[in-house]
Design a protein around this ligand. Structure first.
Ligand code: GLU
Ligand code: ZN
Length: 310
């Protein structure tokens, strides 16, 4: 790139929460990490609400999350997209897979799959029971055929990664039997639609990345760069989530929550920052963002990274 162009950043990052509950410390870390990396690179930061699965949602959580981000001084660029409003777009992608003969209907029940498969890194490995069934009935879930050539990608923190989809995951679901499009499909379609160049998110999604890279290849999409941040766990080692009763972020205490997230990410904010305001906080955090300092771990306990001398 020449000197003239290099001042114009093409970096496009995003934060893509599922509105299953209010923002907690775990989702805050993903929000802060993706925001800082985007702003450090003079890039754009987009927010997408991943509200595909109506059964798992908490009504009003989307606006609560957005309000909290605003109170924390995190400003997003461009319009927010809601996955619940994009069914036609996901269906069009499914049609593309269909035309290539890559998807098939699967009528196996959860129990049948559990009984006939071995457990892989991401749950039961679907044994391909319905793969070659010529079924007249177009019902059940839609799965995509996988192959066993290694899918490789580079993670900015973890380095080279590789996974064989057939043996590690199995043919995976793109649309559930109840009609709900899968996270894997929607995230790939939307990251491409929003021209995302950098995906910064929790390492709990590291195992999903090869599935997404595979879909990107088939759809002829560019593969973005990935950076998977350590995941916050509670004292029991469980990922913070609504299921593990993570407490919501208290935005009346904005700066101290942000400082805690920054420390979790291995950055070393000076103690004065705790007594400053949100705008000074971001000024410091953006200019001092150093990815070399992010701990190279998959999981870190919530309070262990936080220095007690602040
Ligand atoms: N919606 C997903 C979640 O909240 C994150 C998706 C992503 O960042 O790719 O876990
Ligand atoms: Zn099946």
């Amino acid at each position: 790139m020449g000197n003239l162009q290099s001042s114009v950043s093409t970096y496009r990052g995003r934060f893509a929460p599922s509105p299953t509950g209010p923002l907690h410390f775990g989702s805050l870390v993903a929000a802060v990490g993706s925001y800082l990396d985007a702003r450090f690179h003079h890039g754009k930061w987009l927010v997408r609400i991943e509200d595909l699965d109506s059964y798992r949602q908490m009504p009003g959580a989307d606006s609560k999350i957005l309000k909290t981000l605003e109170k924390l001084g995190m400003e997003w660029d461009e319009e927010i997209i809601y996955q619940s409003q994009r069914h036609e777009i996901y269906q069009a992608a499914l049609d593309l897979f269909d035309r290539q003969g890559l998807i098939y209907h699967c009528t196996c029940s959860r129990k049948e799959i559990a009984d006939s498969s071995i457990i892989g890194i991401s749950g039961p490995i679907y044994p391909g029971t319905c793969r070659n069934q010529i079924s007249a009935k177009k019902q059940g879930a839609l799965r995509i055929r996988t192959h066993n050539h290694p899918i490789k990608f580079h993670d900015i923190l973890k380095g080279g990664m590789s996974q064989r989809l057939s043996s590690d995951i199995g043919d995976f679901v793109l649309r559930r039997a109840d009609g709900i499009f899968s996270y894997q499909l929607a995230v790939v379609v939307d990251d491409a639609a929003q021209h995302i160049t950098h995906i910064v998110r929790g390492a709990d999604l590291l195992d999903s990345t090869p599935r997404q890279v595979y879909l990107q290849h088939v759809l002829n999409y560019a593969t973005p760069r990935f950076m998977h941040l350590p995941v916050v766990t509670n004292a029991m080692g469980e990922k913070l989530s609504k299921q593990t009763y993570a407490s919501p972020i208290d935005s009346s205490n904005a700066v101290s929550q942000l400082v805690a997230a920054l420390q979790f990410l291995g950055q070393e904010p000076p103690s004065e920052l705790l007594r400053s305001n949100i705008s000074l906080f971001w000024q410091w955090a953006i200019t001092h963002w150093r990815i070399e300092k992010i701990p190279n771990k998959l999981f870190i306990q919530e309070h262990s990274a936080i220095r007690s001398n602040l």
